[in-house]
Design a protein around this ligand. Structure first.
Ligand SMILES: [Zn+2]
Length: 136
C-alpha cells in the first residue's frame, strides 16, 4: 500500500467508508483513529487505513419518537447500532425502511447522505446512514 497520506487524499473517508486497522492486534476501527485504544503506544506507526464494505448487521436498534432541534418535527425514526462485517460497531439512522421490520441481525449497508446544510456559505455536512439490504 502507498503511504498513508496519499491514500487519504485519494480516498477521503467522507466519501468512502474508510476505517483503520491496527497491525499490532489486527482490530479494525471506525471512524479512523491515530492510536489503537487497545495497544496504545505499541500501535504507533502500525495503523493502516482500510476500506470497509460498509455492510453489516443490526446489533441493536431503537425507535426514536422525539428528537431535539431540527429532528423534532420528523416522524419517528430508527437508530441502530450496526456491527460492520469488519468488526467495528457504528451508530446511525436507518432509512428507506417505512415498513420497518428491523430486527437484530437484519443486514444493512451504509450510504453517504447529506445530514444538514448551514450558513450563507452552504456548508454541507455528510454522514452515514444505513439502509436495509434487500433479499438477504
Ligand atoms: Zn491494536
Amino acid at each position: 500500500m502507498a503511504t498513508a497520506p496519499r491514500f487519504w487524499r485519494q480516498n477521503p473517508s467522507r466519501y468512502n467508508m474508510v476505517g483503520i486497522r491496527c497491525n499490532s492486534c489486527g482490530r479494525n476501527f471506525f471512524p479512523p483513529r491515530a492510536i489503537c485504544p487497545v495497544c496504545h503506544r505499541k500501535s504507533v506507526g502500525k495503523m493502516e487505513p482500510v476500506k470497509f464494505k460498509g455492510e453489516g448487521k443490526i446489533y441493536s436498534f431503537t425507535e426514536v419518537h422525539e428528537g431535539l432541534d431540527e429532528k423534532a418535527s420528523m416522524r419517528p425514526y430508527w437508530v441502530a447500532m450496526v456491527e460492520l462485517d469488519e468488526g467495528p460497531k457504528v451508530t446511525g439512522q436507518v432509512i428507506d425502511c417505512d415498513a420497518c421490520d428491523l430486527e437484530i441481525g437484519t443486514r444493512v449497508r451504509a450510504v453517504l447522505r447529506k445530514l444538514s446544510e448551514e450558513g450563507p456559505a452552504g456548508v454541507i455536512h455528510y454522514g452515514y446512514k444505513f439502509v436495509p439490504v434487500k433479499g438477504k
